[in-house]
Design a protein around this ligand. Structure first.
Ligand code: ACO
Length: 328
């Protein structure tokens, strides 16, 4: 019998420390007005002492399990989408697996930056449809504030820390579940946004790393152009693959990087504001955490109910982009 991957629980993990645009005015030459106009961001959460990627992921994971009413021992796969893991290796998924006591689960990370959760949904959907997984815990999480140069105003104002998680369960073929996904990449654009130093090509302190960035370096305008095109393209492709069109989408939950990028995608899809979920104003760009955190909040606010069609889309460093169409 064919199976569907249904999201049965959502959770979130955010640091308690709120940093507003006004607070950033004391650190770099910027203004609340500039940040608001160019990005739509008003505040972000930033991890403090004792917090790291794993602690945020863990909070999100535990809440998702509770809301799905699933025991950790019944999870067979833990997938974590992150580019700012607890360690260089082993995986953050293994950290979560151990902390929650998912003793029967396999665990691995997905590295697709801000598109990581969208990639994760597609992978988990394939695992469930093929019968390899019955019950997966998927977490999207990043703490990129640990990787920004706090003297670089062109990047430090954009990012925040956060996590979201979902439990995805195998259900007999029916209405609910992941309908379709598309995943895309263009590695020739790797230089546009990256942390180059610290890997094996440019090790820390090596002659090769001279002049390379050990924090996030970004060509903002290039990433902006790419993002506007990629978001719209991914959405159109996933809708086409499913034989659906945008007027069948109840809620659009895009990667929360920049309000102008979200607005342009919504315009291309002809979606009215009431069908677009936005929380970039509160959290900034939480990378892998962005889409699942938005799904969590949308559900909590009653904007996402069983049976609704939700369109998620992500883009990020790689370059990578992709979209999922899900019947909630
Ligand atoms: N405060 C005030 N002024 C600033 C700031 C700041 N924080 N940052 C840059 N400026 C200045 C620039 O120096 C420039 O000044 P100049 O005209 O005197 O040279 C001016 O503002 C305009 O700069 P631009 O870079 O042209 O501004 P733009 O309108 O392109 O907005 C932004 C910049 C917001 C970064 C935009 O390009 C963007 O959102 N790009 C996409 C970024 C993104 O989404 N990245 C995440 C990718 S996902 C992932 O994988 C992590």
């Amino acid at each position: 019998m064919s199976r569907r991957a249904v999201i049965t629980g959502t959770g979130h993990g955010i640091p308690s420390r709120v940093v507003t645009n006004k607070d950033l005015e004391a650190i770099v030459e910027t203004s609340d007005e500039w940040i608001t106009q160019r990005t739509g961001i008003k505040a972000r959460r930033i991890i403090g002492p004792g917090e790291h990627t794993g602690t945020l992921a863990l909070a999100a994971a535990k809440e998702a399990l509770e809301r799905a009413d699933v025991a950790a021992q019944d999870i067979d796969t833990v997938v974590c989408a992150t580019v700012s893991g607890c360690y260089v290796w082993p995986s953050t998924a293994c950290y979560i697996q151990n902390e929650i006591g998912a003793t029967r689960a396999g665990a691995f990370d997905v590295s697709a930056a801000c598109a990581g959760f969208v990639y994760g949904v597609s992978i988990v959907d394939a695992l469930i449809r093929s019968g390899q997984s019955e019950r997966t815990l998927l977490i999207g999480v990043d703490t990129l504030t640990r990787q920004v140069n706090w003297q670089d105003r062109s990047t430090c104002v954009l990012f925040g820390d956060g996590a979201g998680a979902v439990v995805m369960e195998s259900r007999p073929s029916g209405d609910r579940g992941v309908i379709e996904s598309v995943l895309m990449s263009d590695g020739s654009g790797a230089r546009h946004i990256a942390v180059e130093v610290g890997g094996t090509m440019f090790p820390y302190g090596s002659p090769e790393s001279e002049g390379r960035g050990s924090c996030i370096t970004m060509n903002g305008q290039e990433v902006y152009r790419f993002a506007v095109q990629a978001m719209g393209d991914a959405c159109c492709r996933v809708l086409e693959k499913a034989g659906m069109n945008s007027n069948e989408v109840d809620l659009f939950v895009p990667h929360q990087a920049n309000l102008r990028i979200i607005d342009s995608a919504a315009k291309r899809l002809e979606l009215s504001p009431d069908r677009v979920f936005v929380n970039v104003d509160k959290y900034g760009n939480t990378s892998g955490g962005s889409v699942p955190l938005a799904l969590y909040e949308a559900e909590l606010e009653g904007r996402l109910k069983p049976g609704m069609v939700v369109l998620t889309v992500g883009f990020g460093a790689g370059l990578v982009w992709g979209a999922n169409l899900i019947r909630w």
